[in-house]
Design a protein. Structure first.
Length: 79
């Protein structure tokens, strides 16, 4: 249906036309976007939907951190 469009009527010009619409942006809070876009949640190793930043797991509290520099030892992260 996206390729073919739908037949619509223009009341101003009094003629039919083919309507084609595409979603350009989708907004919402992180849980809603995660569900709609099939993304992982904010506490996952790849929590950002825009970049390739990888998280580091802290074994103490089982939380994933995103340090500014990659390759940091998780035991050296501040709690």
């Amino acid at each position: 249906m996206l390729q073919d469009g739908i037949s619509c009527y223009d009341g101003n010009k009094k003629e039919n036309f083919t309507l084609r619409a595409h979603i350009l942006a989708w907004t919402g809070d992180l849980p809603a976007l995660s569900k709609v876009l099939y993304l992982t949640g904010h506490n996952s190793y790849s929590g950002c939907r825009f970049c390739n930043l990888q998280g580091t797991l802290n074994e103490t509290n089982k939380h994933v951190y995103y340090p500014l520099q990659q390759g940091i030892d998780p035991k050296q992260l501040p709690i």
